[in-house]
Write a protein that binds this ligand. Structure first.
Ligand code: UD1
Length: 355
């Protein structure tokens, strides 16, 4: 069986790692195509190195641009790649512009396409990720759902017959990395001289929080006013937007820092007092590590983290303060994101449905 994975943005490289490992273990041929959506070494290369993925087989070098320009460049480059490799499956990941481009390209070329992390919904039609995931699910032949809730969403859209519950591959990689780094100190706490539990870790990058200066300013106010140092691992998008809007990312409790490699991020999250983020992946990682999380959005796809009390939504600066200082969540042994063996189920499902 030949699988061709298309990835392009940071969270997709994380999900790729366990899939690549499981594909190799099962004797499948695995071709990796990097669209080039993320190109800074700290958003791309370090993940391939640290997570043992090896280099991509094909790099499209598409880079940044408006949605149409970026997605269109990927589409026009992918035809020749898919034609050359003719895989049994094109595997697409999550909800970025790389996801929708690869799904559309494969479907037009009559190559079976499977969507990993299918069925998530925010029901917020202003989010680019929501457009990408809804359209990818409806284009794909096989929908690999991470949670029961995702399975229900797909069934309610008439896609139940193409859906399989596999669990969440981010659990696989997180548990592996957590075990590898056990006992090691976080490079971030060493570098900044932070005590364990003495700081909050933050990431903000979504368009809805960064693109409007008034909105970004509210978020910065919320972070700057917290009761411990807040280390903002600044995605290039928030750095660029803050500079363009004339906003400082280093005032009050807030301190900007470059993004971290994945093992360093997990180590820094584990010894933080809490996480404040608009990232989908980090909300779930916080839950899996049992670190309280505040999500700076109006809704989340990962509703289980909220229902179990380990995540809270916050919009205004006052809501961010209130959510971060809420009482510690009740311990839980719930595992809505699977058992750490999702990638093996993905490869088995592709095998069972190929040909
Ligand atoms: C993308 C995804 C988002 C995902 C995020 C993970 C889409 C629509 N969005 O958002 O769902 O959560 O990745 O990080 O696909 N930039 C750099 N260097 C890079 C990449 C980007 O400087 O390597 C800057 C550029 O100014 C660029 C901006 O970041 O214009 C936005 O990058 P883009 O790929 O459009 O979206 P992300 O915000 O990264």
């Amino acid at each position: 069986m030949k699988i061709l994975s298309v990835v392009g943005a940071r969270p997709q490289f994380v999900k790729l790692a366990p899939i690549n490992k499981a594909a190799i273990a099962a004797g499948a041929e695995h071709v990796i195509v990097h669209t080039g959506q993320h190109y800074d070494p700290m958003l791309s290369d370090v993940f391939f190195e640290d997570l043992g993925i090896g280099s991509p087989d094909v790099h499209l070098g598409v880079g940044s641009g408006s949605h149409g320009v970026q997605t269109g460049a990927m589409l026009s480059a992918l035809d020749a790649v898919l034609d050359e490799h003719r895989p049994d499956w094109v595997l697409v990941y999550g909800d970025t512009n790389s996801t929708i481009a690869a799904a559309l390209s494969a479907v037009k070329m009559h190559i079976p396409v499977a969507h990993l992390e299918a069925g998530l919904r925010s029901f917020n039609r202003r989010m680019p990720e929501e457009h990408n995931r809804v359209m990818t699910d409806h284009a794909a032949d096989l929908l690999l759902a991470p949670t029961r809730g995702a399975v229900e969403h797909l069934a309610s859209e008439g896609l139940g017959a193409r859906t399989i519950l596999v669990g969440d591959v981010m659990t696989d990689v997180l548990f592996d990395v957590r075990d590898q780094i056990a006992g090691r100190r976080s490079t971030l706490t060493e570098e900044l001289g932070l005590a364990s539990g003495g700081y909050y870790l933050a990431t903000i990058h979504r368009a809805e929080n960064t693109d409007d200066p008034v909105r970004l300013s509210q978020v910065i106010d919320g972070l700057a006013g917290l009761d411990r140092p807040v280390i903002l691992l600044a995605h290039p998008r928030v750095t660029a937007k803050a500079a363009a809007h004339g906003l400082r990312l280093d005032r009050g409790a807030l301190r900007a820092h470059a993004p971290l490699a994945y093992p360093d991020l997990i180590a820094a999250a584990m010894s933080s007092a809490g996480i404040v983020t608009d990232s989908g992946g980090l909300q779930k990682e916080a839950f899996l590590l049992r670190v309280p999380c505040t999500t700076v959005r109006t809704e989340t796809e990962w509703v289980e983290t909220i229902e179990l009390g380990w995540n809270a939504l916050a919009g205004t600066a006052a809501e961010i303060t209130a959510a971060v200082s809420r009482p510690a969540p009740a311990p839980t042994d719930a595992s809505p994101y699977g058992d750490g063996h999702a990638a093996e189920r993905v490869i088995a499902a592709l095998h069972a449905h190929s040909g």
